[in-house]
Ligand binder design. Structure first.
Ligand code: GLY
Length: 342
């Protein structure tokens, strides 16, 4: 078991890796706790929840709206919940994003923590203090940076996940490996079969190394002024694919990374061999790269990206496996390379 810390301007966070989620009871002793979760997670784990005061929300990206947040505020008011209480989000990335945003804004902010129940939420979404919702279909347009007091990653919770959901997590772990940890990438190459079988040692290492990398970056650049942008590697195109093709987040991230790798060969130092290893890895994790997407859609995604600054975009490229670079590229130049690639 390892505990990591994030010490940011928006709060301090303790991340407990490989800890049973019932540990929350100890952390929350004597506090009034309201749990925000979804019905799937509630049905599976309610008997072990550390509180009987529970607000459930629906499932799926469509629920990540300001309307859901308003519904939560109203329920908290009905419960006469005040600033002395604690909000605990138990669920996947969507539950964590929503619970964190509601907690950070209700009565100008109450204390909160997370028990992420999916691999994606454990290795990425629950950690780092980004909380928010979508607006008119645009991802994470409204939100705050605010650190959860704790995150408990319990590997036992992953056993109930469908394969499609696990793949979402593996795509984000691969992203972490590609931007900053060559050893982790090699470990994934060598252990993909055991990872897919949820071998506890393999999953433990993938989770730990991913979180060591992410928490390090967040500690150095909490509000994404520089280095944290690397955590968006592959995501510019992925967000467009999620929306237009209805792919799951992980599937879309894998394709987005594949395209960003191709661009990295053209515009940075990534070798063709490096690019092929990335495709091979995604194939081994059953993350399909053979998607038909028009170049116009890729270019539209680039133009709309949050990392755009006027006529330029801060685009993340790979120099090699395990090392990313943030390049300010004129959008016209990037579009030219995309046209050539098509
Ligand atoms: N998931 C990207 C970030 O936390 O910055």
């Amino acid at each position: 078991m390892k505990t990591l810390e994030i010490n940011g301007n928006t709060g301090n966070s303790k991340i407990y890796i490989n800890k049973p989620f019932t540990y929350a009871e100890k952390l929350l002793k004597g506090k009034r706790v309201v749990i925000i979760t979804d019905n799937n997670v509630k049905d599976l784990y309610e008997d072990k929840f550390p509180s009987k005061e529970i607000i459930t929300i629906g499932a799926g990206e469509g629920i990540k709206t300001l309307q859901t947040i308003e519904d939560i505020y109203k329920k908290l008011m009905d419960l006469e919940f005040d600033r002395t209480g604690f909000i605990l989000g138990i669920g996947g990335g969507i539950v964590c994003d929503i619970a964190g945003f509601a907690a950070s804004t209700y009565m100008r902010g109450v204390r909160f923590g997370f028990i992420p129940s999916t691999l994606l939420a454990q290795v990425d979404a629950s950690v780092g203090g980004k909380n928010g919702v979508n607006l008119e279909g645009h991802k994470n347009m409204v939100g705050v940076f605010s650190q959860p007091e704790f995150v408990i990653c319990d590997p036992e919770m992953l056993k109930t996940l469908p394969a499609k959901e696990l793949k979402n997590g593996f795509a984000e772990i691969a992203k972490h490996a590609l931007i900053g940890d060559q050893n982790l990438f090699e470990f994934m190459e060598q252990n993909h079969k055991s990872a897919l079988e949820l071998d506890p040692e393999v999953i433990g290492r993938l989770t730990r190394d991913s979180l060591v990398l992410k928490s390090g970056i967040v500690n150095r650049d909490e509000k994404e002024k520089g280095e944290r942008r690397k955590l968006n590697f592959g995501h510019t195109i992925a967000h467009a694919l999620e929306k237009t093709l209805g792919l799951s987040h992980g599937e879309a991230v894998a394709v987005g990374i594949g395209i960003a790798a191709k661009l990295s060969v053209k515009m940075s130092d990534l070798s063709g061999e490096g690019e092929n290893r990335i495709y091979e890895l995604f194939k081994n994790f059953d993350l399909n790269q053979n998607i038909t997407i028009s170049c116009d859609e890729i270019k539209k995604a680039v133009r709309r990206d949050k990392k755009r600054e006027g006529d330029n975009i801060n685009f993340i490229l790979l120099k090699k496996i395990g090392e990313a670079t943030i390049e300010k590229i004129p959008i016209k130049v990037l579009e030219g390379v995309i046209d050539d690639m098509c």
